[in-house]
Design a protein around this ligand. Structure first.
Ligand code: UDX
Length: 442
């Protein structure tokens, strides 16, 4: 017997939730997007995606036109409307600790549960410390008028910013952490079009589903820090980490993805996820098992400091009054997200050391300006580079990779470039008269 198509709500309309809500409506479901922020809801209702995500504005317009997607700030309306409720709110790092802040998850789940009067499934997608789902199950069933008729499941998301639409419509895999056959059937119905494409489904218990996400992100962070650790060794020996990474990548067992050396990882996920995971593992008495994650974090932070050192080396040790152009502010290309962005960390450290820093980014300038008004901002790379003593490539946007070194050489004060992302061709830049430096390269 097939389960009828469930009506879906998506609670929390940030990067994850807005993308999920829009894509589910595109796949043919009736979807209600919910957020406590009335401004965000109004923008979404009027067809505006409140953040930069390629392809998403077009799909939002299409979903709104179809009549299958609506938005509200009312959790009561959500409870009445939905059969399956996806929890997509943020779990940032706590202010004074490495632990995840679960206030948003708790409050989203509780305000929904208060109004659940019939059989329903609440599905967590947010990244949480293992054990959260068990605690939330108890909370939901205690608070909901429908009691144990409400069940909880976990379905971690793996979407990458910049590729969020693709990752939602055609994910590598679906993970369903469930406590019952009924919950699994509901999830299968809620993802029927995705499963029909042949997407693998891993059905498991709640703690395993919670762990999959942090385990995946820890692995990715470790792989990046591994190659960046090799870059540190290269720096001490005159070896070239780029050649090393290329040679390693030909080994199928290693592979080349997430093996790009440079300034390291940032963003709203990898850094806080590995810290929250370490913290949780310690609480569980298995801190030693993931003690290496502290080292992974340490290697990653050192890349930022080392990039500042490269600038210092180029300017003969003095940073006061040095004019620096920072190409990039976002934590990675194709995103306007500046959370824990390595680029801005470097720009701010240089500024604090007395340099005059001008930042340029195709999408993240407004976010960066709001967070760090003390930095200067330009609207294009050439204007930003006018009179510069050193240019730094910090986020590898295509338009920065394609900069003509001759043209930029005409506007700068000194032809000195630090390639923080190993994204430029050193031969080409050197031929144009530039002093080229990159971490882990002679
Ligand atoms: C990540 C995970 O990939 C995703 O599955 C999860 O759901 C959320 O976290 P995202 O934060 O969008 O996604 O970024 P991702 O594309 O994974 O990049 C993370 C960081 O690593 C970026 O700062 C990027 O510049 C850096 N990186 C990536 C490297 O430094 N080297 C690499 O080889 C790859």
């Amino acid at each position: 017997m097939t389960t009828p198509s469930p009506r879906l709500t998506v609670i929390g309309t940030g990067y994850l939730g807005a993308t999920h809500a829009i894509c589910m409506a595109i796949l043919g479901f009736d979807v209600l997007g919910v957020d406590v922020d009335p401004v965000k809801i109004e923008r979404l209702r009027s067809g505006e995606v409140p953040f930069f995500e390629p392809g998403l504005p077009e799909l939002l317009a299409k979903a709104l036109d179809s009549g299958r997607l609506r938005f509200t700030t009312s959790s009561e309306e959500a409870a009445e409307f939905g059969d399956v409720h996806f929890i997509c709110v943020g779990t940032p790092q706590q202010k004074d600790s490495h632990a995840a802040d679960l206030t948003y998850v708790d409050s989203a789940v509780e305000s929904l549960a208060r109004h659940l009067r019939g059989r329903a499934l609440v599905v967590g997608k947010s990244t949480v410390p293992v054990g959260t789902a068990a605690r939330l199950t108890e909370l939901v069933q205690r608070v909901a008028p429908a009691g144990t008729d409400v069940e909880l499941a976990w379905n971690p998301e793996f979407l990458r910013e910049g590729y969020a639409v693709e990752d939602t419509l055609r994910p590598d895999r679906l993970v369903f952490g469930t406590d019952s056959e009924w919950a699994e059937q509901q999830l299968r119905a809620a993802f029927a079009p995705v499963i029909a494409q042949g997407t693998p489904v891993v059905v498991t218990d709640l703690p395993t589903a919670e762990l999959v996400k942090v385990a995946a992100n820890s692995f990715l962070a470790t792989k990046i820090s591994y190659i960046n650790a090799m870059a540190e060794v290269c720096e001490a020996t005159g070896a070239d980490v780029t050649g090393l990474a290329t040679a390693l990548a030909y080994d199928d067992r290693i592979g080349g993805r997430f093996l790009k050396p440079g300034l390291g990882f940032g963003g709203g996920c990898l850094p806080k996820d590995i810290r929250a995971f370490s913290h949780r593992a310690e609480e569980l008495g298995v801190g030693q098992a993931v003690a290496f994650l502290r080292e992974v974090d340490g290697i990653n932070q050192r890349r930022r400091a080392r990039t500042v050192d490269l600038v210092r080396e180029l300017t003969g040790g003095e940073l006061t009054g040095v004019r620096v152009t920072a190409l990039g502010a976002a934590f990675k290309p194709n995103s306007d997200d500046i959370r824990d962005a390595p680029a801005l960390d470097v720009a701010r450290t240089l500024h604090r050391s007395g340099a005059q820093v001008t930042v340029v980014d195709p999408a993240a300038t407004e976010n960066a300006r709001r967070a760090f008004p003390e930095l200067d901002y330009a609207t294009d790379a050439m204007t930003a580079a006018a009179g510069a003593d050193v240019v730094l490539l910090l986020t590898e946007w295509t338009q920065f990779r394609e900069i003509d070194p001759h043209a930029m050489g005409e506007v700068v004060g000194r032809r000195r470039i630090v390639d923080g992302r190993h994204a430029l061709d050193p031969a080409q830049w050197r031929a144009a008269g530039w002093e080229y430096r990159a971490l882990g390269r002679p």
